[in-house]
Design a protein. Structure first.
Length: 133
């Protein structure tokens, strides 16, 4: 059982585990050609997907310590880029996800295999979001 990354069969299961105190890593399912402005708009985000990965709020610091240098340079909802924002919207492109897969395999942070499998399963999407608490 994973200590850092969680997935749930239903949102009822997620609520029972920890309510809403999670960071959500979610596939971006918008169509190819969607503008970056639209991709990072609050209206484009639908929280709590069953196929997302979740990091419990109590593990935010541990997650950032181990993954902050790998999952970086995301696009925020204001269009700026920068380090992982654990309190906001971060979007990472398909190309960034590919680069992250390489770094994960090289650096091997705790439970990296779970994130690698998840990223590989989402290769058909535009990229992914990291949605802060």
């Amino acid at each position: 059982m994973s200590l850092l990354f969680h997935s749930f069969q239903s949102q009822a299961e997620r609520r029972e585990f920890g309510g809403s105190d999670f960071i959500e890593i979610q596939y971006c399912r918008l169509p190819k050609g969607t503008s970056i402005r639209e991709i990072v708009s609050v209206d484009a985000i639908k929280d709590w997907k069953d196929d997302s990965l979740y990091i419990f709020g109590d593990n935010m610091d541990l997650f950032y310590q181990n993954y902050g240098d790998i999952i970086t340079d995301g696009v925020y909802c204001n269009g700026d880029r920068g380090p992982m924002d654990l309190c906001g919207i971060n979007f990472y492109s398909k190309d960034q996800a590919t680069d992250m897969l390489k770094r994960l395999a090289e650096e091997r942070p705790p439970e990296y295999q779970i994130l690698c499998r998840w990223l590989q399963a989402g290769e058909q999407y535009l990229g992914f979001y990291l949605l802060g608490v």
